[in-house]
Design a protein around this ligand. Structure first.
Ligand SMILES: C[S@@+](CC[C@H](N)C(=O)[O-])C[C@H]1O[C@@H](n2cnc3c(N)ncnc32)[C@H](O)[C@@H]1O
Length: 207
């Protein structure tokens, strides 16, 4: 889906992803001191707004202008401020100071673009900063609930670690992989609870 497809999808009065953060985000940032954060592919801003409410100074980036406007509105409704940027995650130039936290949740891209987006994510990390990525795992296609049904847009923890290693070499930085795993996400449906299978990767930049 390109930006105009996402604009069309977000062109509703309701929030598609609802206003609550993804269930893994609070757990993954619980041990971090709020500082600067970027939410790459922020969509309608649920995670960016939640981070701002926890005291993070947040930038939300997405190539959907409609999504970004909904994020801006969600922030206002929640009484918090954030910086909102309409940009492509595969080519966005982050500020040189970098961010203490880079969040990438359910950015669904084919392999070449995914690798470019991981390059942007690593470039966005300040030294000492943490990157948290959550995405739909390839195994979800056959054993999990919902998510994209085209394997082109699914990933594995190994794919992300490979992408991050390539970015580490090309940007001459040093990363420590803290988590790289499959995680189950409980999804409430009309037919009861279902389990979706996600990839979760958490990385710290040490140099
Ligand atoms: C499934 S949504 C997830 C949104 C948000 N991260 C969340 O968890 O609520 C995927 C988002 O990725 C964005 N996106 C897809 N490709 C992108 C790209 N190349 N650059 C920036 N945003 C992109 C879409 O516009 C959409 O908002």
């Amino acid at each position: 889906m390109d930006a105009s497809d996402w604009n069309a999808r977000y062109d509703t009065s309701e929030l598609i992803w609802k206003g609550e953060p993804n269930q893994f985000l609070p757990l993954e940032v619980a041990d971090l001191t709020p500082g600067s954060a970027v939410d790459l592919a922020c969509g309608e801003g649920r995670n960016a707004v939640w981070l701002a409410k926890q005291g993070w100074t947040v930038t939300g980036v997405d190539f959907s202008s409609v999504g970004v406007e909904k994020g801006r509105k969600l922030a206002t409704e929640n009484g918090v401020e954030a910086t909102w940027v309409v940009a492509d995650a595969t080519s966005w130039e982050p500020p040189s100071a970098g961010f203490d936290l880079v969040a990438v949740f359910y950015l669904q891209l084919p392999a070449v673009e995914r690798r470019a987006s991981m390059h942007t994510a690593v470039r966005s990390l300040a030294i000492g900063g943490t990157l948290v990525l959550v995405g739909h795992d390839l195994l979800n296609l056959t054993e999990g609930h919902g998510g994209p049904q085209d394997p082109t847009f699914l990933l594995t923890a190994e794919d992300i670690v490979d992408d991050l290693t390539a970015a580490e070499v090309s940007l001459d930085v040093e990363l420590v992989i803290e988590k790289s795993e499959r995680v189950d996400r409980v999804v409430a449906t009309e037919d009861g609870e279902r389990t979706a299978i996600d990839t979760l990767v958490r990385v710290r930049r040490v140099a």
